[in-house]
Design a binder for this molecule. Sequence first.
Ligand SMILES: C[S@@+](CC[C@H](N)C(=O)[O-])C[C@H]1O[C@@H](n2cnc3c(N)ncnc32)[C@H](O)[C@@H]1O
Length: 288
Amino acid sequence: MRHAWLALRERFFGLAPWDASRIGDEWFRAHFDYAAEVVHAWLADALDLRTARLLNFGCGDGISDLALVLRHGATRIHGVDIRREYAKLPRIAREQLGMARIPAALTFETIAPGTALAGRHQGFDGIMSWSTFEHVQREQLLPILRDLHTCLRPGGVFFLQIEPLFHSPWGSHLRRYIETPWQHLLVPEDELWREIEAHQGPIAADEVDFGFADFGVDGYKRFVFEQYRELNRLTADELVALVQQAGFAVQRQERRSVDVQPPPELVERHGAEVLRNNEIFLLLRKGE
Ligand SMILES: C[S@@+](CC[C@H](N)C(=O)[O-])C[C@H]1O[C@@H](n2cnc3c(N)ncnc32)[C@H](O)[C@@H]1O
């Protein structure tokens, strides 16, 4: 009801005013500017964001969704996630943009990991997923990808990005605390944890998400380390094989690599290409 009222109000009076010059938080900026721009650049070739119904799988705090509406004209985005970070979005939008209400174009939902969406959600024109699929448990990858395939309309597209890939220099997602490249592939887990525990001082501003304050310094270390342990360690080749198995056609693909020389013992184990490949972008299509 409240949502319908908001939508009606927006139709007559427009979106609440916002001002990007107020942005002071680097995490916000990285998502509001960079991430949303990349998603837009990939999706806009295939869809008209002004009319498309979009799903964001693993929406996190929803900042990119907000930017897609405010900066790129999207009108309907449903975000799903296993956490409720998106509940902070109204406060974040107030603080960073001076925006009194988030747009009615945005809806969010918390799901249990692996919950099928297709029973309730069908006919999306586009799906996006940013830095999420490396966190999905391995055995859930294929069922989730099949479910997302079912959620799309025939001819619909799915933009999927992962960064950093597990085998890349900072693929542990622990760079906030450990600068040494490939350290997670070189030392045992308890040594990694000791390095994190011993870390003192601030962490890079664009790595401090809005969940940091909930955890505190030590709690955040434990949270980030647990996230590391749960990474599915997917390679780009494995991801491409899985999306194809789920029924998607790969319409466009880009892999990025870092220009750092991996240690010889790791090259022997994993191959230099896998070790240097830190990011993958895929534009997938469901057949007509
Ligand atoms: C690194 S965060 C990225 C969040 C957001 N896309 C962004 O760019 O800020 C990964 C997100 O994936 C979510 N996630 C992990 N496993 C998931 C699953 N099985 N289903 C839905 N979301 C999941 C996490 O809760 C988290 O919000």
